[in-house]
Design a protein around this ligand. Structure first.
Ligand code: ATP
Ligand code: MG
Length: 413
């Protein structure tokens, strides 16, 4: 891919208002463009990453038997009145009226819609269980949109809903999704903790949050330094250094970014919205539901927070926009430039994702921009190309090799 065609509108200066590293990188690096508070366009570089994040999510959810659909973002007030949330949701709900004065909202979440979709076609235990998800833009009129994609008013979410006939089946889905989330965030190279978010009164775990460990996180989590125990401070307020309640290790505090949330809903929506099924015993019962979200656009920021050093980016390979960045030092039309382009074409034809900086910019500009693109490998085609030598930098190990051009053509990246 030619950098000149990619549309990466980098900025010379970091815009005022960007306080955290990930936000600075996204704006300076030409990943996103804001046009209202908490409302962004994902430019090609960011969208490439988002699509990879979505692919990982789809692979892991499809593997456990979930099906993808796409619901409408526009939702009628009637549905929200049925669940009782039209009034309860408050000011975060983006409300609007059509030309006939009928009221709608832009979906902040989709329990109402999915419940109505399923209730019209599922009436027997024979048609259950089901696990349906979508990846879609959500709308929430957040009181304080901030930190770029971290707390947007329009943001991308993956939301999954499960429908079961028994509590045991819900538990089974919950555990499968929990494991899928572990796989998803691990594959994205994130450091995270699973935090108990339920009061625990119902017995067992009924709600957990996946938290990326980050200094700029809005939540404080407490965790054991030697076991899986973790909780948010609202539920359990233990001092740092105290013994962990599970008897293993001592308590530490950390800041976290909520990446995802898994939740046993039970019959919270199926009862008021009349999602019923006829069970094996011929009795009519409410369907038992679970809901599971991932903040897809927020994930981008969490990863960036963890994978930058002084605003220099090194994306985890699984979601990097490019694997190889070819940087010719010479201007277009020169021998060096042509050799670099040949190298790019060849590596791309081998299936690698390659970006070539074909712009007539100074070396300084090119390297600064490359630090924001964050590819693992950088191939610099400079003066030594006259002797058939190029420079290969592994940005993960900081190793720089001077290699014959032919060797790089056949290099196993
Ligand atoms: P928060 O406590 O951060 O407001 P929430 O509890 O409202 O999150 P959920 O309703 O569980 O979030 O939504 C599922 C996921 O969507 C969250 O785990 C988070 O990753 C993401 N998310 C929620 N609100 C936003 C937002 N305003 N901007 C970007 N991502 C969001
Ligand atoms: Mg919220």
């Amino acid at each position: 891919m030619k950098q000149s065609l990619m549309f990466i509108p980098t900025l010379r200066d970091i815009p005022a208002g960007a306080e955290i590293a990930s936000h600075k990188i996204l704006l300076k690096g030409g990943y996103i463009k804001q046009h209202a508070a908490g409302v962004y366009t994902y430019l090609p570089l960011a969208y490439k990453v988002i699509k990879k994040v979505e692919t990982i999510i789809r692979e892991e959810l499809d593997a456990i038997g979930c099906s993808e659909l796409l619901m409408s973002a526009l939702q009628s007030k009637d549905l929200w009145t049925e669940s009782g949330r039209w009034d309860a949701y408050g000011k975060e709900l983006m409300r609007l009226k059509d030309r006939h004065d009928r009221e709608f909202c832009l979906g902040p979440t989709h329990e109402e819609v999915i419940t109505s979709v399923v209730r019209d076609s599922v009436n027997s235990h024979k048609k259950l269980p089901l696990a349906l998800y979508q990846i879609q833009s959500k709308f929430r009129d957040e009181f304080r949109p901030r930190f770029g994609l971290m707390r947007g008013r329009e943001f991308i979410m993956k939301d999954l809903y499960t429908f079961s006939t028994t509590k045991e089946d819900l538990d089974e889905w919950y555990n499968k999704v929990r494991q899928a989330y572990i796989n998803i965030f691990t594959r994205m190279g994130l450091q995270f903790r699973i935090v108990n978010a339920s009061s625990g009164q119902i017995g067992g775990k009924s709600s957990e949050e996946f938290m990326a460990l980050c200094e700029i996180g809005e939540d404080t989590i407490i965790y054991s330094d030697s076991s899986d125990f973790a909780s948010n401070t609202e539920l359990c307020d233990l001092e740092e250094g105290a013994p962990s309640p599970d008897g293993i290790g001592t308590i530490k505090h950390a800041k976290g970014i909520e990446l995802g949330h898994i939740f046993k809903l039970g019959t919270k929506y199926s009862e008021p919205m009349n999602l019923m099924f006829i069970d094996v015993d011929n009795k009519k019962k409410p369907v038992i539901m679970g809901c599971y979200g991932i903040g897809v656009s927020r994930v981008l920021m969490a990863v960036l927070e963890q994978c930058n050093t002084d605003l220099k980016v090194l994306w985890p390979e699984s979601i990097a926009p490019f694997k190889i960045h070819v940087i010719p030092m010479d201007k277009q039309g020169t021998e060096g430039y042509n050799k670099a382009m040949e190298l790019h074409d060849h590596l791309q034809s081998k299936g690698y994702e390659v970006l070539i900086d074909d712009r007539n910019e100074s070396a300084g500009v090119k390297f600064n921009d490359a630090d924001l693109v964050g590819a693992k490998y950088r191939v610099v085609v400079g003066r030594k190309i006259k002797e058939g030598i190029v420079e290969l930098r592994n940005m993960a190990t900081n190793e720089t090799l001077e290699l014959p051009y032919e060797e790089v053509l056949n290099y196993n990246f």
